[in-house]
Design a protein around this ligand. Structure first.
Ligand code: F6R
Length: 610
């Protein structure tokens, strides 16, 4: 499961629980959906109905509104483990079907837990990581410690992320919930107690909420909630807070636009992106290793991820790759791609017309097609030999933001794995990069927190500029291109983006007094060259904004303005962090110009036409 499934649960005095559950789930539909499921308890009988499909469809087909009961839970799933299918839909149950459980997140150690349970005779119906949890609770309940004691023991064994809700006929008037890294909010009103993955689902019923924190569980009943620390079982006191958002604001979690919400969501999506399924990561890298040549095929932002990926594959794994925009693939490589070629296709939606056309052609010529996408069940997942999910959850803003950072993170992990398999880096180098990879979400968080205000001011100072130039060297040329694409898409201000070394072969002719040049300058092999490029532009009167490491005095001396990034980021991973100020710059510029960044003119989120 990704962290963007929808969860809703309630225990109420008046009305039917299913009515509230289905309404709540509809309010969470923006989080993504491919299957829906509901469980209620009435007269100590558990009734579970679930199937793949959208909420309305499943509710109608399974007559969910006819289910009766005052306590229940519901789930909309956005698949990442196991395809969208009835057996993979939530709730999942234990062997005796007395426990129903819904979950958002990814359980990293589910394979070993599952093996252990199979050994003890448990039988599994799904291919999900989630199903191990009710079986583990069932196993612990054998020692007569009740649901609370059993859950505490189980939760301490889970590695990964979860927001989960448990309903059981053993205690038919209570609900147990827990959280680690996936969001979960509780709500209380005169009519009862609620839980949901997000505030918008609660707002029609209450504005009094409690945010569950990492490492906490809670016991809910009709009168309220009790919070418990998972590590030692101690009780926690936390009063409710009042939410003053309108329902529309709540859907964007208080942010003005989806784009801004998604920019600030990146630390979370990147943490999820570090939990790739090992077996698929291995499989894809084995294919890459075997090919005669590797093409990286994508459009727009996904192409910029491929461009960054091509540097990563070459620098870390010593693998030459050919990045190419989907619409040019056939003209450029159509007659050379063949049975020994690997075509690694990257597409957030998995439905981009040009990208699918390129794949059709490659498959016709018997090439091996691999995929990186955000959408399980998309055409790309159906036609690829193997694929990885970028784990960033639904992206609603038309301008792709978390897509870029998640895709580059996936490509970096592939390149590192390939480097390891090929023996191209020493153990020390591998360990160090692996370590740094795990810092990436924190670096992004720090950069967003420290720079947002500064960038707003920068955008304000540059809002009347008629033209911008974005420059970077090496892997940062991909960052520059992506930063420029964001700005182009939502502010409509003309701009150029180039590998900085190329600018003297033409683009420099447009530089004159006052033209704003934005340089992407991480520390690393390209650092001394980028200094030369800045000097070239500065001496022709350009106004220089640099994105550089904190305390980088060489760059600071030459620049008119700088945005400082955390120290210690390796150049190879820099696009993931250094793109974030450029995303914010584009966003704030659009706002200052009175434009709606979520709805740029002439653009669609998924380009499914030729
Ligand atoms: C840029 C953007 C588009 C997409 C492109 C590819 O912000 O959103 O350029 O990146 O249309 O889409 P996917 O990745 O779905 O194939």
């Amino acid at each position: 499961m990704s962290n963007l499934c929808g969860i809703f649960g309630c225990i109420i005095r008046e009305g039917e629980a299913v009515k509230l559950i289905t309404d709540g789930l509809k309010r969470l539909e923006y989080r993504g959906y491919d299957s829906t499921g509901v469980a209620v308890i009435d007269n100590n009988q558990m009734d579970i109905r679930k199937d793949k499909g959208r909420i309305e469809e499943v509710v109608r087909n399974l007559r969910i509104l006819e289910m009766s009961g005052k306590i229940g839970l519901g789930h909309t799933r956005w698949a990442t483990h196991g395809a969208p299918a009835l057996e993979n839909a939530h709730p999942h149950t234990d062997g005796s079907e007395s426990i129903a459980l819904i979950h958002n997140g990814v359980i990293e150690n589910y394979m070993e837990l599952k093996d252990e349970l199979i050994e003890k005779g448990h039988v599994f119906k799904s291919r999900t990581d989630t199903e191990v949890i009710p079986h583990l609770i069932e196993e612990e309940m054998k020692s007569d410690i009740g649901i609370q004691g059993s859950m505490l023991r189980v939760l301490r064994r889970l590695r990964g992320s979860y927001a989960l809700v448990v309903l059981s006929t053993h205690e038919p008037d209570k609900m147990y919930v827990a959280r680690n890294e996936s969001p979960l909010v509780l709500g209380v009103s005169d009519n009862g107690t609620f839980c949901a993955s997000d505030v918008p689902a609660l707002l029609p019923y209450t504005n009094q909420v409690v945010y569950l924190r990492n490492g906490e569980m809670a016991v809910l009943d009709i009168d309220g909630y009790r919070l418990i620390k998972i590590s030692d079982g101690s009780e926690i006191e936390r009063p409710t807070t009042e939410i003053t958002w309108s329902p529309e604001m709540a859907e964007k979690q208080g942010y003005k636009h989806y784009m801004l919400k998604e920019i600030f969501e990146q630390p979370t999506s990147l943490r999820d992106g570090l939990r790739l399924q090992e077996n698929y990561l291995n499989l894809l890298t084995q294919f890459l290793d075997r090919g005669k040549e590797v093409f990286l095929v994508a459009a727009g932002t996904s192409f910029h991820s491929c461009l960054a990926g091509s540097y990563l594959f070459s620098k870390l794994a010593r693998l030459t790759t050919f990045p190419v925009v989907s619409s040019e693939f056939m003209e450029r490589y159509g007659s050379t791609v063949g049975i020994d070629s690997i075509v690694l296709t990257v597409s957030q939606s998995g439905e981009t017309y040009d990208t699918l056309k390129a794949i059709d052609h490659a498959r016709m010529r018997a090439s091996t097609v691999l995929g990186i996408t955000n959408t399980v069940g998309s055409t790309l997942t159906r036609v690829s030999r193997a694929y990885l999910i970028q784990q960033s959850g639904p992206e609603i803003g038309v301008a792709a933001t978390k897509t870029f950072t998640s895709q580059v993170l996936v490509l970096a992990q592939m390149a590192l794995r390939l480097a390891k398999n090929r023996g191209k880096l020493s153990q020390d180098e591998l360990d160090e990069l692996d370590d740094k990879l795990h810092y990436v979400p924190d670096w992004v968080e720090e950069s967003l927190k420290n720079n947002d205000e500064r960038i707003q001011k920068l955008a304000h100072d540059h809002m009347d500029k008629k033209f911008f130039v974005f420059l970077g060297r090496g892997i940062s040329s991909a960052t520059a291109l992506e930063g420029r694409l964001k700005q182009l898409e939502i502010t409509y201000v003309p701009s150029l983006a180039y590998p900085a070394g190329e600018s003297k072969h033409g683009p420099i002719s447009i530089i004159e007094e006052g033209v704003t040049c934005i340089f992407v300058c991480p520390r690393g092999e390209t650092h001394s060259h980028i200094i030369g490029s800045i000097m070239e532009m500065k001496s022709r009167g350009a106004r220089i904004i640099s994105i550089c490491e904190e305390g980088d005095d060489d760059i600071k001396r030459l620049s008119d303005e700088v945005v400082e990034m955390p120290r210690g980021i390796p150049e190879e991973l820099s696009p993931i962090i250094y793109i974030t100020p450029l995303q914010l710059f584009a966003y704030h510029l659009a706002i200052l110009k009175g434009l709606d960044p979520d709805k740029p003119r002439n653009l669609a989120k998924s380009v499914t036409v030729p």
